[in-house]
Design a protein around this ligand. Sequence first.
Ligand code: BGC
Length: 369
Amino acid sequence: MKKGFKSISLLLVVMVFATILAACGKNGSGGEVSVGIVLPTKDEPRWVQDEQRFKDALSGTKYTTEILFSQGSSAKEKENVETLINKGIDVLIICPQDGAAAAAAVEAAKEEGIKVISYDRLITNTEAVDYYVTFDSLAVGAAQAQYLVDNAKGAGEPLYLYAGAASDNNAFLFFEGAWKVLQPKIADGTFVIANSSEAEALKDKAELSRDELGKIIGQVTTNWDANEAKNKAQTHLTAASADLKGDVAILAPNDGTARSIADVFASDSAVSSFAVTGQDAEKASIQYIIDSKQSMTVFKDVRTLVTDAMGMAVSILDGKSPETTGSYNNGTIDVPAKQTNVIVVDQANVKKELVDSAYYKAEDFQNLK
Ligand code: BGC
């Protein structure tokens, strides 16, 4: 009898607490966390770097934030968003693992009155995205392609194409930007496509539809995975005839995949030289550039993206409307966006752009001149 009474009162206490917590958690200053941040994976240096830049930007601010990683899983990502909703966030900054699959997670946030900022990668086919902060991804692809064009060694150079994950809207933008620059140079015979029958079939088209881009990306995707990139490069070189070796050009979508593709091409004695692109200015790729093992990278200053995302979040918390510079269509709506420019880096300017600018420290690298 006494025992029963005790558990009823305990239950009451728990219920009262739960009600108070729920009340604090909603739209308010009383929530435990005001801004929730969800990043795709810790397995790629790019996103660990973003985490660090968020931490640097947040130290000393009055806003409470929490950063969670989805480890390459959309299910985990949804769980992360739910955890943050339960902590009473008012703003969600989220870089989706899979742009379409993340729609369900942000719709759940939206239902709770939370404002959603898509970070770096656009969440597609949903109305539940309020803002987008991004780099100029078409310019990233265009810069990679332009580098290959500028360094082409005469006519008929074999061109190996690689792309990001088809579940990432950015992979389409990067490839679209690259294709616009490469296609005229395929048409005039500067380059010969070496590893994609889908690209070969579309080589006379200057503008590709999303479906057409999807066909090429589907064939030459790395899934943003260094191992998959390595396996694909090995398969391509094994299949390539002698006339598709010699001096070659390689469109690699980012630094992680560029290093593994470069290693494969470097180990083939029939490849006499190669130009290979990248993006993200990862430390390991900066060392590769210094060592002449990777030709270039596209530097995306994550400090700016973080500042823009947090600036937007703070405007929202302060009841103001964030500044935007344009919009991106996500398949359902035009999402107001803030876009940041990118910088091309190779051996000639690596020190100036990445060390003299205090982005990295000189002692992070060897043989930096
Ligand atoms: C990002 C790149 C990154 C890639 C793989 C893209 O969405 O924009 O910076 O290298 O994902 O994580």
